[in-house]
Design a protein around this ligand. Structure first.
Ligand code: FPP
Ligand code: MG
Length: 358
């Protein structure tokens, strides 16, 4: 039943996965770096396919579902890139890169249940196929599997995994309950993004450096870098959320806003609405329509028009500027790295994250 499948899904090159121009890797050093990361990714992919096997037919199918649906493998790629600061793709680096992708996958199963998401990676979300219980248990199984892999990597890795898991859960929890009394909603939101996304990306960058034996100051630098690009990535997501649909997934512009998530453009709009009546009017139209949508009385045309206005609004430009600021800080964080392909690729990656449009 658990036949080994070919490792053929990663047809994309490293450059296209990370949004680099194909001409990024030109010198011999750079080409060797790119080849090492590509090779590492093939090894990770092969292990991922083998690892999604639970001696249970249903669990095998449900756990492979989102893996097979796609994904950019950003976290393993980062781990492999930072491993090139030390002795490269050793067994521990490959295993850790795999475990981090499995943790990420696990979190997606749970997140889609919490968000009641219909689609993920272009396919119906797991819980809309099998129901909430199966989706939650699949996430748990994957997390258990990741823990088994990390158990072989030593105490530092186990502790990092536990700390990261804690931050992922706290990020989700804080997002769910919202800011406390007297807490600044924007600072709260940025904290949520750092915890729910920055922490795992930071862990990926850190693990590659630690398990390859890279110098201590490089480890600290790439960890800070990972956290900051994680926040930049999520902020760009907030802008992309406002874009009109470009495919046949049936997603409306403003999916997050419609489901009640206060993304950064909306938080900026709320702040501006306290002193600006036009902003207040736009905010009222959005919030009124989102609230009545719950009761099935929303005027969809009005909400769509209001979201289009928000897309062109100053607050969305401010959100983009904030994403750029996090990306710039990420690049500043890796200043201690030696000049060379790793620094170049990480710099380019930070820039491509804030330029992406999907
Ligand atoms: C996606 O955010 C969600 C995350 C980045 C983290 C989810 C974390 C958990 C569910 C807790 C950890 C659980 C396990 C099993 C490791 P989003 O909803 O803003 O993004 P989306 O558009 O991709 O859904
Ligand atoms: Mg979600």
């Amino acid at each position: 039943m658990n036949a080994i499948r070919p490792v053929a899904r990663r047809a994309k090159s490293l450059s296209s996965t990370l949004g680099f121009g194909e001409k990024l890797f030109t010198s011999g050093d750079e080409r060797r770096f790119a080849a090492a990361v590509e090779e590492g990714l093939e090894a990770v992919e092969a292990r991922l396919v083998l690892e999604m096997s639970f001696a249970d037919d249903l669990a095998d199918v449900t756990s492979r579902y989102l893996l097979d649906a796609g994904g950019k493998r950003v976290r393993p790629t980062l781990a492999l890139m930072t491993a090139q600061l030390g002795d490269g793709n050793n067994d521990a680096v490959i295993a850790a890169a795999e475990a981090i992708e499995v943790i990420h996958l696990a979190s997606l199963y749970h997140d889609d249940v919490m968000d009641e998401a219909q689609m993920r990676r272009g396919v119906p979300s797991a819980q809309s196929v099998w129901g909430n219980s199966v989706a939650i248990l699949t996430g748990d199984l994957l997390f258990a599997r990741a823990s088994k892999i990390v158990a072989g990597l030593g105490e530092e890795a186990i502790r990092l995994q536990a700390d990261t898991f804690e931050r992922l859960c706290l990020g989700q929890l804080h997002e769910t309950i919202g800011p406390g009394d007297g807490e600044d909603p924007i600072a709260h939101y940025l904290g949520v993004l750092a915890d729910k996304t920055g922490s795992l990306i930071a862990a990926a960058a850190q693990t590659g450096a630690v398990l390859s034996g890279a110098p201590l100051e490089y480890r600290t630098a790439v960890t800070a870098y990972g956290e900051k690009i994680g926040v930049a990535f999520q902020l760009v997501d907030d802008i992309i959320d406002l874009a009109p649909p470009v495919d046949e997934t049936g997603k409306n512009a403003g999916t997050d806003l419609r489901s009640g998530v206060a993304t950064l453009p909306l938080l900026y709009l709320r702040r501006l609405a306290e002193i600006d009546s036009d902003a207040d009017e736009l905010l009222t139209r959005i919030e009124h329509n989102v609230n009545v949508a719950d009761l099935g009385h929303a005027d969809d045309a009005d909400l769509t028009a209001a979201i289009a206005e928000l897309r062109e609004h100053e607050v969305t430009r401010q959100t983009r500027a904030e994403a750029h600021r996090w990306a710039r800080e990420a690049v500043e964080a890796i200043r201690p790295l030696p000049p060379g392909p790793v620094k170049k690729a990480l710099t380019q990656f930070a820039e491509s994250i804030v330029e992406r449009s999907n």
